[in-house]
Design a protein around this ligand. Structure first.
Ligand code: NDP
Length: 325
């Protein structure tokens, strides 16, 4: 396993990590979740990602039970949660980034995950109804209380992150360490261009989500719609409409041919491409089956030994979407 520093912090995260969105507490059996975490941990993955909203709290409960059952030493793994969407309640203070919800969501996540502190705590989206200053103070105070070690954002604009950083510096508070953005072969602008100054100026770390664009980049949708996949799940029409676009499938077909030529599996080529840049601290994998995770772990070797400049250029020629300043 390769480990990278989370931005300029001293925390080391495995370059591949494991997330639980749509899988833990929902799509997969608890026994499969356990199998996935065990494979991950045994292969050196040290970061497990979660959020209050995932399966409305159930995902954290499942992960917490597994962590407890496994009995892994607390200094051998990093666990996260995220606040914003709530864990199901829709009343005014059950969502958002107010001091009240940030505190209550943190306490609830600690209970569900059965841990004394969260290593990483993310603001899952920006909250237009709360001043950023209030959220920065709340995160700072949770850190001072020992309930959170590092705080960060997810899908915040560069301007919003910069504002949070500026407020923290102004009042001697702890600034955000990391952002959790979407980054994959089809979704590039923010991570490659918009955040570029933040990597340099504030040492922002990144924990990437959906490196496979919810599975499109595995190639399994190239020849029709397979059964038993995320995009076929009930209620996932919005995701299917967003991700499963004809133009993308045409590109994945070409990428699959390249992967074939290189003798590597398409999912591993796509994941390797995602972890190649220095500004990626870790890419969070999702998996509904143990075999997927086992396959995807090979991406590290491919990033190191297969993706040279010439291959990266070939991929660029297929993608035709390199973002410009
Ligand atoms: P991916 O884009 O990598 O999609 C993972 C899914 O693709 C799997 O669940 C599986 O779905 C399919 N898949 C994975 N590997 C293979 C393979 N080798 N062969 C065939 N199919 C495969 O990542 P996710 O979208 O799951 O995101 C990863 C994590 O990122 C989440 O768990 C969560 O922790 C985080 N996240 C954060 C967000 C945020 O807003 N901060 C938003 C979204 C995710 P299936 O088998 O069902 O088709």
């Amino acid at each position: 396993m390769e480990y990278r520093r989370l931005g300029k912090s001293g925390l080391q995260v495995s370059v591949l990590s494991l997330g639980s969105w749509l899988t833990f507490g929902k799509q997969i059996a608890n026994s499969t979740a356990e199998e996935l975490m065990k494979i991950a941990y045994d292969n050196g993955i040290n970061f497990f990602d979660n959020a209050e909203i995932y399966a409305r709290g159930q995902s954290e409960i499942v992960m917490g039970n597994i962590l407890k059952k496994m009995g892994w030493a607390r200094d051998t793994f990093v666990v996260s949660s995220k606040v914003f969407f709530g864990a199901g309640g829709k009343l005014p203070n059950q969502t958002g980034l107010s001091r009240k919800h940030v505190f209550e969501a943190c306490h609830a996540a600690l209970k569900r995950l059965q841990v004394e502190y969260l290593d990483l705590y993310f603001c899952h989206r920006p909250d237009k109804n709360t001043p950023i200053e209030e959220t920065v103070w709340a995160m700072n105070d949770l850190i001072r209380q020992g309930k959170v070690l590092y705080w960060g954002t997810s899908e915040w604009s560069a301007q919003e992150i910069q504002e949070a950083y500026g407020i923290a510096r102004q009042y001697n508070l702890i600034p955000p360490t990391m952002e959790q953005p979407q980054y994959n072969m089809f979704h590039r602008y923010r991570v490659e261009i918009e955040y570029a100054q933040l990597y340099k100026n504030i040492g922002l770390g990144t924990t990437i989500w959906s490196p496979l664009a919810s599975g499109i980049l595995t190639g399994k949708y190239n020849d029709g719609f397979p059964t038993d996949t995320r995009l076929g799940m009930e209620g996932m029409e919005w995701l299917k409409n967003r991700e499963l676009v004809a133009e993308r499938i045409e590109k994945v077909k070409k990428l699959s041919a390249l992967a074939n030529e290189l003798g590597v599996a398409m999912p591993t080529l796509a994941i390797a491409w995602t972890i190649k840049p220095h500004f990626v601290s870790t890419a969070i994998l999702g998996a509904s089956k143990a075999s997927q995770l086992q396959e995807n772990l090979k991406a590290i070797e491919i990033a190191q030994n297969v993706l040279n400049n010439e291959i990266m250029q070939k991929i660029e020629e297929i993608l035709q979407n390199k973002p410009e300043m």
